[in-house]
Design a binder for this molecule. Structure first.
Ligand code: AMP
Ligand code: AMP
Length: 361
């Protein structure tokens, strides 16, 4: 287990006037690198050969490190190189998708922007639910076993899989039937039956508010809002209902993009309170709470009830819709503020105030 003392020692040896901002080359890397460049940082990208084209077309990276696999981030030689470059890593969805929580907390000896302790709370469904419920948020009901299903549910697998392999069912019978179908189509394996998470399906529209918890300012800022563009579920409406019944489609939720959302203004105060409460609870669970970006995944019903079904305690790719300016960032900062830049700004300000140790772990 890497504790804050280990990271503290590394930070003390860093040339803080010469920091690099680094991340894995995918997910929200362009957002992060653009923000870093605009705040005057050097940038380091750990990237796969096939994706390097992105950083040629958008020249935002000073140091491109090509790897075969993202797990090479854990190699000692790679970490030594990152430390030599005075790198602060910005974790995003590919960190948790391609590395395990244990690898991130135990084997990554490079300072990361954020609170590493919260990764455990986020990675485990049960503790995540506890955190959100104790923060006073409304959550969909969950079911221990498929045999208990008595209403429309969504069956999910753990980890940020982008909704691949999710399916809906409204009884034990339809659950087992659909599960078998998903196994036959190769989207799930038989062993997944043990791991599947059963959650009441909240009927409504999705909204994903993204917040920034500033330790320096002791404030939670609402900076962006998006919804996802998911295949195949967002394409089913293009097929007439009669034909949908004929071909018996099972909606899946593979994310392929995001749309910006501007929320009805009267819903905003509640969204803001939710962000504040989630951070306040996190501060009790793992001080100093959330450092930097986080996102709540919500469904808003026709009675304007806001159900939260997940939290990401890091930058989400939905904030890419705000690269340049998002309306909510504009309201607070004026032009040209977005999540990647907000992160870089906090790091720059922390260095200036000699408080870098408070925002990395
Ligand atoms: P990737 O490196 O694209 O595979 O992304 C890593 C993880 O983040 C995946 O498991 C995706 O589900 C999730 N992800 C990537 N892009 C987006 C996006 N635009 N919106 C929401 N989630 C995303
Ligand atoms: P997730 O991987 O948990 O982010 O979920 C992927 C997609 O599944 C979401 O964007 C929603 O469209 C849908 N979804 C997940 N959980 C629920 C729920 N409890 N009720 C309704 N829709 C959900």
């Amino acid at each position: 287990m890497i504790d804050s003392n280990d990271i503290q020692k590394i930070i003390e040896k860093y040339d803080q006037n010469n920091l690099s901002i680094g991340t894995l080359g995918s997910h929200s890397s362009l957002n992060i690198f653009k923000g870093a460049k605009e705040e005057g940082f050097r940038t380091v990208c750990i990237c796969k050969e096939k994706d390097a084209i992105m950083y040629k077309k958008y020249p935002l990276v000073d140091e491109l490190i090509i790897v075969k696999d993202f797990t090479e981030l854990l190699n000692e030689s790679m970490q030594a190189r990152l430390r030599e470059l005075n790198t602060v890593l910005i974790p995003h969805g590919s960190f948790t998708a391609y590395l395990s929580t244990e690898e991130l907390t135990d084997s990554l000896n490079v300072p990361m922007f954020g609170n590493r302790q919260l990764l455990h709370w986020e990675a485990n469904r049960k503790s995540q639910e506890e955190w959100l419920r104790q923060a006073g948020l409304l959550l969909p009901a969950t079911f221990e076993s498929p045999d208990e299903i008595d209403r429309l549910i969504i069956a999910k697998l753990p980890g940020a899989k982008g909704g691949r392999g999710y399916f809906l069912a409204n009884s034990p019978k339809t659950f087992y039937k659909k599960f078998d179908e998903m196994v036959q189509r190769g989207l799930l394996s038989k062993e997944d039956l043990e791991k599947v998470h059963l959650q009441e399906y909240a009927l409504g529209v999705n909204a994903y508010p993204s917040y920034f918890s500033s330790i320096l300012n002791d404030d939670v800022e609402l900076l962006a809002m998006d919804r996802r563009y998911e295949s195949a579920v967002d394409s089913i409406g293009k097929i007439p209902a009669s034909q949908q019944l004929d071909i018996d489609i099972n909606p899946t939720y593979t994310v392929v993009g995001n749309f910006p959302i501007v929320l009805r203004e009267s819903i905003l105060p509640e969204m803001m309170r939710m962000g504040d409460n989630v951070h306040r609870k996190a501060r009790e669970l793992a001080p100093p709470g959330i450092i930097g970006p986080f996102c709540l995944e919500t469904v808003i019903t026709d009675e304007v009830k806001i159900f939260t079904f997940e939290i990401s305690a890091r930058i989400v790719a939905g904030t890419n819709v705000g690269i340049g300016t998002s309306p909510y960032a504009y309201l607070r900062y004026g032009e040209n503020m977005y999540m990647g830049r907000r992160i870089a700004l906090e790091i720059k300000e922390a260095v200036k105030q000699k408080r870098l140790h408070e925002v990395v772990a």
